[in-house]
Write a new protein. Structure first.
Length: 182
């Protein structure tokens, strides 16, 4: 009987700690208006890096550290990837970023999802939205979003890791204007 009682207390303690982490992640997301960060992105083994700014809801500006001057910009409805020699335009709603950049939707989704402890440092939530499998990763100590894993429209696995995260910085909203095609 003592073992059963101890086990029940142990499980309820673990459950409340997990619930507390999830609640803190949700509160952290609620308080964020924008984030800026450096990133490392692995697309089927090809590593790219740079820096991004997300302005909720659904705006992102990323400059890649590549010689082709690649930028990725979403203005809330459309997504453009532009380099020196190419210009790709997509409806944002057809990409996994439409979900990742929708903070209110993420909060609702996370509220109802089971969290997976990845190790002592990370929590993972995964779900499928509009045919896109999305894995989100959060830091257990800061409660920050620190990465995601998705599959793009070409069926490439994309793993994005965020670091040097800054929250609620003053932004120049002009950066979210889509560039024109050359």
């Amino acid at each position: 009987m003592k073992k059963l009682l101890f086990f029940i207390i142990y499980l309820s303690t673990i459950s409340s700690v997990s619930a507390s982490i999830k609640e803190n992640i949700i509160q952290n997301l609620t308080d964020i208006k924008n984030i800026s960060f450096n990133f490392e992105q692995n697309i089927n083994g090809k590593i790219e890096n740079g820096n991004c700014i997300i302005d909720y809801p659904k705006k992102i500006y990323c400059r890649y550290n590549l010689s082709n001057q690649k930028v990725l910009i979403a203005d809330g409805t459309s997504l453009v990837i532009k380099t020196l020699s190419s210009y790709y335009f997509y409806p944002l709603e057809k990409t996994p970023l439409d979900t990742i950049l929708n903070k209110e939707y993420l909060i609702k989704k996370i509220t109802n999802l089971y969290q997976r402890d990845m190790n002592d440092d990370f929590i993972n939530f995964n779900f499928v939205e509009n045919g896109n499998k999305i894995n989100l990763f959060f830091d257990k100590k800061t409660y920050n979003l620190i990465g995601w894993q998705t599959v793009d429209i070409y069926q490439n696995i994309i793993i994005t890791y965020l670091y040097s995260i800054k929250k609620n910085q003053k932004l120049n909203k002009e950066i979210f204007k889509l560039p024109q095609q050359n």
